[in-house]
Design a protein around this ligand. Sequence first.
Ligand SMILES: C=CCn1c(=O)c2[nH]c(Cc3ccc(NC(C)=O)cc3)nc2n(CCCC)c1=O
Length: 604
Amino acid sequence: MFAVNAISHDVSKPAVAPGSEGSKLAALNAWVAEVAALTQPDAIHWCDGSDAENASLIARMQADGTLIKLNEKTHPNSWLHRSHPDDVARVEHLTFVCTREQEDAGPNNHWMSPADGHKQMDALFAGCMKGRTMYVIPYCMGPIESPLSRCGVEITDSPYVVANMRIMTRMGAPALARIEREGKFVRGLHSIGELDPERRFIMHFPEELTIKSYGSGYGGNALLGKKCHALRIASHQARNEGWLAEHMLILGLENPQGETHYVAAAFPSACGKTNLAMLIPPEGYRAQGWKVWTVGDDICWMRPGADGRLYAINPEAGFFGVAPGTSDKSNPNALASIQHDTIFTNVGVTADNQPWWEGLDNGHSPVTDWRGNAYDAVKGPAAHPNSRFTVSARQCPSYSEQAENPAGVPISAIVFGGRRASLVPLVFEARDWKHGVLVGAAMGSETTAAATGAVGVMRRDPMAMKPFCGYNFADYFSHWLSFDQNGAKLPKIFHVNWFRKGDDGKFLWPGFGDNLRVLEWMIQRVKGEAGSVETPIGHLPNQGDLNLDGITLSEEAQAKLFGFDHAGWQTEFASIGEYLEEYGPRMPQALKDEQQRIARSLEG
Ligand SMILES: C=CCn1c(=O)c2[nH]c(Cc3ccc(NC(C)=O)cc3)nc2n(CCCC)c1=O
């Protein structure tokens, strides 16, 4: 029987944290005992996050086929996991926010009453861990010593989840010690159940700091520290406590003088968020000493500091990145990160047992697809479009040591972006905070082949938080507006669009490393060192203000990347006006007024 430190095989004995009798862990011990009584595991294992524990978990998973060892020479200590073929992505239609009042969950969430939610989930959890080990995972989202960090405990019957949470969070003994000091933690209960799509639900109880997830072993549904805790529960907690839990990357832009400015950015999927977070400056910039530092690629927790600025931490300790499209061309830092100690999920495999995915372009080719069948292009891609790598952030060459700073990093600029083939220029700056919140609320992006459904359909996804805001979206916008108080030194807010196309359907902007030129202009604007052109939609860069050395833009590109299409924006703002009505009567009037102000200035 496997168990590195099983506390008791007979679960009738109280399951207590190691050496925790009589300490502030009483609430945790009581909860664990209650869950054990419900789920009836054969053994309980309190995770300490040690290398020894990880090694024995991996050995167990290799033995039972949960993990397949990859080529030890090319990818040391790296593993492949194949999820159940219909358990390959988040399941939004089965994701619920259970608040006492349905209005508090808002029209942006599926709702069920807490009583019904608990009843439905507990019926699924009853006896579900018989024959299994129940793992208790204490974890901390954020640096262990940071006041911005928050702890949680995930109970799960999946060792795959344990191995991933160890990479993605600060997991084990240090987190348990902090929980003992603070006595407060988010409760996450997870079981892979029978992997039956009909018995699969992810329920959030933000008023109880509780998550219950059953029937899925996949990333966002099972690694509860990520979307469930760090966004849905945390966004609700942040609204109550006066901070922000956002779906944003955090990067540091260091100039040749050694000054580093930090930028937080929100993009919907398929915009290259991880690529931006790990950007490598163009050759000319690198030669001058420009650097981009990676603090985080997905989630940002930020709160006002004593000086009125917003300070941010990345609550995660790893990257759960999309594999397809990751290459030495699109993201050399990501590729360098995943050459060892990486867990790959649903990628393809080459003849010499290396991980493979579409877009890797490394001269190798797949022989086995993500289902474990012989690869056949006719049947579909070798790697699932949502296949992932899980890797410690420390393995990224551009990882910033400021990511461990308990105070967080000061945010100079917030960026919203989307995939827009037409209308939207390369970059513009909001006039002020209120205008910036409207820019975020109106964020739109066109669907791509990777997502389901048609290609090129524009959908709005405010601040890229539509699937992740744990409460009423209208209240969320009010919360954002509430930061605009006197004494606040708020970041400037910008919008970018890397994906503008010409009449010939080709991209007008080279993107990738050249996006640094846009970041450079933003920081110059923050420092009051760059001019701009004032338009009804905000400040556009003077063409000459953007450093375009080394790239040539056609006449059409210059006109469309730096231009302002009056009629087009009238249509767009009418559409934004309608969109703001979608979130019901709680929508802050100030945001509607801002939309009206701009719509009117477009009529003039
Ligand atoms: C920091 C990089 C951000 N970024 C971009 O800035 C970007 N831009 C484009 C569009 C594009 C594609 C190919 C070229 N190729 C050449 C040769 O110009 C140029 C732009 N694709 C981009 N992608 C990939 C999107 C899919 C995840 C991308 O990630």
